[in-house]
Design a protein around this ligand. Structure first.
Ligand SMILES: *Cc1c(COP(=O)(O)O)cnc(C)c1O
Length: 399
């Protein structure tokens, strides 16, 4: 037996374990310290009542022989996909078909698994800094030497440059907006350039819109399909995790339009085959919960939580800016991307913030080389603790 040696090419990720270890050590040596985590990368608010009610009802159905359900359809029940189609696409003027929507246990799985349907020798364009799943899953699939890193810096608003015509062609392009970790958003005019590039070069865009629910500004697209021409070049990956607090419930979906035809084959058919072979669907109870957000009352309830996180992010952005820092994001996103002062690295500033303010952030360098010089702060904490953290930062660093 031989192992898949591609796994040995993965870089060990110490980001969150080191953040936790340093925080634990600080608390151990400062037992009276009142540490505040602005590093939380997970939702913290409970699931909203409409979803809980729908899931309770589904549990009862499972207890009765007349309403019991076994294996769900691999692509998801029609009752939830019809709602997705109506609320996330049709109502927003986007024409999609039911069989283009594939329900899943989350966007992380889909971001990783989608690589199964593409040849190993494709080039893959990935942003730096980035959500590490895109890089690591491509390395696992043997594309280590085919990765084109797209540096993202403050000068371009953390939007990667579209490759020039003499640059190697990017066959597969990962884009994520609103972005984790930078909080950057991409205007329509910018995304149109990527769509044009992809259509001209017969590339595919994998558009991770896990944070679309945070978007409030009209010029910021929630879906790549708001861009003309996207159906012939883009797959969209979405999640109920940040939208409705499903990080612990697990549900997301991927849209693969029939217009995506490569080597004479529809990607939709390949993804259907991949999913029906390796995936047995999302639990009925979870699907009932997901469907429940698609009602006037459901939308109102999820918006309450989303507004709460948005307001935290806004307060952090305003607070650190008032303290004299330069910061990005914090709008249409739960993330604030803090530019750290000169003379510090991401990690030395992490230490300084912990020592001086007892506030924990996430060092930007953990998301890629171009994340060096930044720290990610998140709006997923409580209001009271977020305000307390900002006050401490102002008191320690403010001028
Ligand atoms: C949180 C997140 C997701 C969602 O992952 P799930 O598996 O659906 O919980 C996807 N992409 C990015 C960039 C994320 O930050």
């Amino acid at each position: 037996m031989k192992i898949n040696k591609n796994f040995l090419d993965l870089e060990a990720s110490y980001l969150f374990s080191t953040v936790n270890k340093k925080t634990r050590e600080f608390i151990a040596s400062h037992p009276s310290a009142d540490v505040i985590k602005l590093s939380i990368g997970d939702v913290t608010k409970p699931i909203c009542p409409v979803v809980i009610d729908a899931m309770h009802k589904a549990v009862d159905e499972m207890a009765d022989a007349k309403t019991f359900r076994g294996y769900p359809p691999e692509q998801g029940y029609d009752f939830v996909r019809e709602k997705i189609l109506e609320w996330d696409y049709t109502k927003r003027g986007i024409d999609m078909k039911l069989d283009e929507i594939f329900l899943s246990d989350g966007a992380k799985s889909d971001c990783g698994n989608i690589g199964d349907i593409f040849a190993t020798d494709n080039t893959v364009a990935i942003c730096d800094p980035v959500y590490p799943v895109y890089i690591d899953t491509n390395i696992m699939n043997g594309r280590k030497n085919n990765i084109i890193i797209m540096p993202c810096s403050a000068e371009t608003g953390f939007l990667p440059e579209i490759p020039s015509d003499d640059a190697p062609v990017a066959d597969i392009i990962y884009l994520c907006f609103p972005n984790n970790p930078t909080g950057a958003v991409a205007p329509k005019s910018y995304l149109k350039k990527w769509v044009d590039y992809a259509n001209a070069h017969h590339s595919v865009i994998l558009f991770d819109s896990a944070y679309e629910a945070f978007v409030t500004e009209p010029d910021v697209p929630k879906s790549i399909y708001e861009i003309e021409g996207a159906k012939t070049c883009a797959i969209e990956l979405r999640s109920f995790s940040k939208t409705a607090g499903f990080t612990g419930l697990r549900c997301g979906y991927t849209v693969v339009p029939h217009e995506l035809v490569f080597d004479g084959t529809e990607l939709n058919a390949l993804w259907m085959r991949r999913q029906s072979t390796k995936f047995n669907g999302v639990s009925y109870i979870t699907q009932c919960g997901a469907a429940a957000i698609y009602s006037e009352e459901g939308q109102k309830q999820i918006q309450e939580n989303l507004s709460f996180y948005r307001e935290n992010a806004r307060l952090i952005f305003e607070g650190v800016t008032a303290a004299g820092f330069k910061a990005f994001g914090g709008k249409n996103s739960p993330y604030v991307w803090l530019q750290i002062p000169e003379g510090y690295t991401s990690w030395s500033f992490f230490d300084e913030l912990l020592e001086k303010c007892q506030v924990v952030g996430t060092p930007g360098s953990g998301f890629g080389q171009k994340g060096e010089g930044y720290l990610r702060l998140t709006g997923f904490g409580s209001r009271e603790r977020t305000i307390e953290a900002i006050e401490r930062i102002k008191a320690s660093f403010g001028r």
